[in-house]
Design a protein around this ligand. Sequence first.
Ligand code: C2E
Ligand code: CA
Ligand code: CA
Length: 712
Amino acid sequence: MMAAAPERISIDNLREDLPMSAQAVELLFVEDSETDVELALRAISKEGFAPSWRCVQQESEMREALSARLPQVIVSDFTMPRFSGVASLRVAKEMAPSVPFIFVSGTIGEERAIEALLLGATDYILKDNMKRLGSAVRRAIAESDERERARVAEEERRRLVEIMEATSDYVDMSDPDGRRTYLNAAGCRMLGITREAAIGAQVLDNYPGWARDVISREGRPTAERTGLWSGETAVLDATGREIPVSQVLIAHRDAEGRISFFSTIARDIQERKDFEARIRYFANYDALTGIPNRELLADRASQAITHARRGGRFVALIVMDLDRFKLVNESWGHRAGDELLRDVGERLERSVREGDTVARLGADTFAILAAGLARPDDVLVVVRTLRQALRTAFHLRDTELHLTVSMGIGISPRDGSEFDLLLRNADAALHRAKTAGGGTFQFYAEEMTRDASERMELESDLRRAVAERGLEVHFQPQVALTDGRILGVEALMRWHHPRRGWIPPAQFIPIAEESDLISRIGEFALSEGSRHLLQWDHSGARPLRLAVNLSARQFRSADLLESTRRVLQSTGLDPGRIEFELTEGILLEKRDEAIDILRRLKSLGVQIAIDDFGTGYSSLSYLSELPIDCLKIDRTFVQRSTERERDAAIVQAVVSLARSMSLRVVAEGVETDAQARFLVHQVCEEAQGFLFSRPVPGSQLAVLLREPLPQR
Ligand code: C2E
Ligand code: CA
Ligand code: CA
């Protein structure tokens, strides 16, 4: 036995007789016998290894060798003069725990061998069976390689998990059935749930319905086909809030090509969405007032124009400018000017109908787009509400400011079927309105301005007249043709205009119809008529019937029934003495609804007359379905009945038709004796006309009641 210094590893001690394909292996021998080392090397080389080695004999040398570099395998003797195998094993476990450790021993007993293995030795070889060492080394190396691979893989996995846990993106994995198997920390944070709650749950449960659709209809199939899908969806957090995400869905396949799991990486894009929305907002909205800008107006106008063209409707573009706005800026400063513009924008927006657009075009110019108008001058309703909205004073600092505006109006299609042209024309009209001194509006088509301003003026005068009792009801008698007795009166509205004098109902009733005034006028006619009826009753006259005209809008208005009931109740009049007159045209529109309204009116006990009968187109069968009481023959037939055969025939036909249906007949517009005589001949019982009396004030009618009219 000899003590040898540990041999430094070198390429020189490779055995030259080894095949080129021999596998290099680096060994550390803990061995005092050179011969044993030789034997061992031989066995190892036989196995196809090209060993390089170092050899140590005691602990200090062993420690030095191991800290210099780790071998691939340690081969240690069990009993040595200056070192024990067990101690050697302990050093190996301490300094090179992953290196396989093989005992080679001459006298190892069964028990010691087991003990050695328990201590962590990889294998043991008996010296008299040294040839087994080669395969033992091979196995040990294979095992340690395998362990190393597993360790590296585990290390890699740990790092990946670390990365996934550290990333701010949502990362999850799920099995092919959609059950979640992993959710990273950012995912838990995003959803606001614990990992325990996340694992095992259905991933799709954390998506809103629409996103679930996108994923199952598009995302999964694409990922299954191509391996990967990306798109924008949203997830739901624990409170049910939708978080928009940009997500990638990956289908992972195993070695056999089956999908083994899915993973999802999702990024919260709320901020980007908000940003995009802000960009969109700034591109479409005016920064000062927050209302749409010209761009958005152009968009909406183009849409409205196309839409209106299809429906045979009209679009109005009103361009509005504040009068003397410069003065505001000059006397109160720009800050105050801005504030005023904001207020104006706000008021305008609040006053328009839903679907109409208010925009700011620049400086103190606004535009209002009114879409889907049935008739061009319906824009006047809009003009009126806009003015109304600006009428009350604005507060600038501690000053009250009354603002007037000028407006230019373009109507599409007549003033342009493209936004640019329409705007240009509305602008031109605005210019005219401003040169006229402000406070007014102009249509691009000048004749429309004339008509419209006239109507606007009349309308506001009429409104005042209604409020200040400037309207009067006159009464025209309806008489029995045979003896001239007055059977009833028709209430006819009269308006004495302070400047224009008497304005005929044919002019102001249509204006009242288009505003909300008609209902008030109608209720006035009924209540004022009833009041007179009671007065005449008191004076001892025979009870008269009161005929009151109903216009289309009144007839359809929701409160007709209620206001009639109210008047009947407050006067205590027998409802049978009230007769509503309405034209055929009113009843022809929306027949079912019309019949329904008629029935309800009838249920109050009032009577119904068809006015201007003969001018409409109602069929006889339709007429017979209606719950009516009286036909009023239109005055054109009555007046021509003595001149034209055809009209005489019509009057005759109406009278006999009425008789067959048990309806009363009143002939209207009787002006001559000849007409009256013709009617008597036709056995028409009642008539109304200048021949008997013009419409007169209530007081005059009282006189007529005392002096019976001439008999025929
Ligand atoms: P209407 O219901 O056909 O009324 C009869 C019209 O014929 C009245 O015109 C009356 O003055 C006129 N008239 C009567 N006798 C003669 C005659 O012998 N010859 C001629 N040429 N005309 C005669 P008025 O008062 O101008 O009323 C016109 C229309 O205004 C009425 O036609 C009615 O449709 C409407 N109207 C009047 N007052 C009211 C009302 O309170 N409410 C509603 N909704 N409409 C009313
Ligand atoms: Ca009438
Ligand atoms: Ca009439």
